[in-house]
Write a protein that binds this ligand. Structure first.
Ligand code: ASP
Length: 350
């Protein structure tokens, strides 16, 4: 049944295709394609046909930068009409950044784009690569999910809600603020209630060209000084993800710290408050320590992951919007990355 379906596999690098070398695991050109050719399951009639596109150079994802996200997006755009779905093979280290970035870059997506990788290479006897890859190919070829997702372990997660949470375990990704889009157990089950609707007939797929604006991230820590923050916020920085405590709180009794934020805000730097907690959301109105940041011009990141907030800033500034437009859109749900919960007046009653 699935034989007529086809998937495009963009192989960007990562552990999944690495080979044991004298220098440790390393990507070797041609090696993954050769291995896939030797494993009968990949040519089973029950698995979609595939085209494997190997990138040069193959990257450890720790070396990825925004230009690599755009390259993947444009690759998908070039082959968009020729395949039922897309699999992006990627290192796990920055996969959540790339999946978040692609969710913004790929506008009006109506086909599945599934990022996957592995903790153990396909070349090893015991590995998670085979299942992750096979299931991702089946999902991308047969389930019309109009989203950028990560499939890993047994779960299909929304790309811009995912985080890498385990450096060793085979369930390396989690989505704390949004349910899984699907699970692969005895059967593959998609929770269609959680999947975004497909774009309307007039909404054409497009990849926005994006330049590379200066964006940064700072994680608050007890003892952070105004000087440290000022250094981060120096021009030409345009946007900053401020990873704050709990419900988005920061050291507001430090007047110099607040003045640095206010001064940056006046210059048009967009500062987005995300929580350091894995689960839950920013509620700047909840505490005096949050309200002080809001008064200094900081924008709520609601329940955005830090990865989604950072890549959303790249995307919005990269497409040429000004600071006011970026601020406004940071608090809007563009691709299912954010859930607005309580209105300000409701906050006041909490
Ligand atoms: N360092 C590798 C990478 O992110 C780890 C992996 O692939 O899992 O590319």
């Amino acid at each position: 049944m699935t034989q007529s379906k086809s998937v495009y596999i963009a192989y960007t690098g990562g552990t999944i295709g690495m080979k044991r070398t004298a220098d440790g695991y390393a990507p070797v050109p041609g090696y993954l394609g050769q291995l896939m050719g030797e494993i009968p399951e990949f040519s089973s009639p029950r698995v979609p046909r595939y085209h494997l596109e190997e990138y040069h150079p193959l990257l450890d994802s720790a070396n990825m930068a925004p230009a690599n996200w755009l390259r993947i997006g444009e690759d998908i755009e070039r082959h968009y009409d020729d395949f039922d779905g897309f699999v992006v093979l990627h290192g796990t280290d920055t996969m959540a950044y790339t999946s978040s970035a692609l969710s913004f870059l790929l506008e009006n997506l109506s086909k599945p784009v599934i990022l996957t990788g592995a903790q153990i290479p396909l070349a090893e006897i015991r590995n998670d690569a085979r299942d992750n890859l096979l299931t991702s190919m089946i999902l991308a070829g047969t389930e019309p999910i109009p989203e950028v997702c990560i499939y890993f372990g047994t779960r299909l997660l929304r790309g811009n809600r995912s985080r890498k949470v385990n450096a060793e375990g085979l369930d390396a990704f989690a989505s704390f603020n949004y349910p899984a889009l699907g699970t692969a157990g005895v059967d593959i089950r998609i929770d269609w209630r959680a999947v975004r609707p497909a774009p309307g007939p007039g909404e054409r797929f497009a990849v926005h060209p994006m330049d590379n604006p200066h964006i940064g991230a700072v994680r608050l820590f007890p003892g952070i000084t105004a000087e440290t923050l000022r250094n981060f916020l120096r021009p030409p920085l345009k946007g900053l993800v401020l990873e704050a405590y709990g419900a988005g709180n920061g050291p507001v009794t430090n007047q110099a710290f607040l003045e640095v934020l206010e001064e940056a805000d006046r210059r048009g730097v967009v500062i987005v408050d995300c929580t350091q907690c894995l689960e839950g959301r920013v509620r700047l109105e909840a505490y005096a320590t949050g309200r002080g940041l809001a008064r200094a011009g900081v924008v709520s990141g609601h329940d955005l992951t830090a990865e989604a907030a950072l890549t959303k800033l790249y995307y919005l500034f990269g497409t040429g919007l000004d600071s006011a437009q970026v601020k406004e859109r940071m608090e809007q749900d563009l691709r299912g990355e954010l859930t607005l919960q309580l209105s300000d007046s409701e906050f006041a009653r909490v």
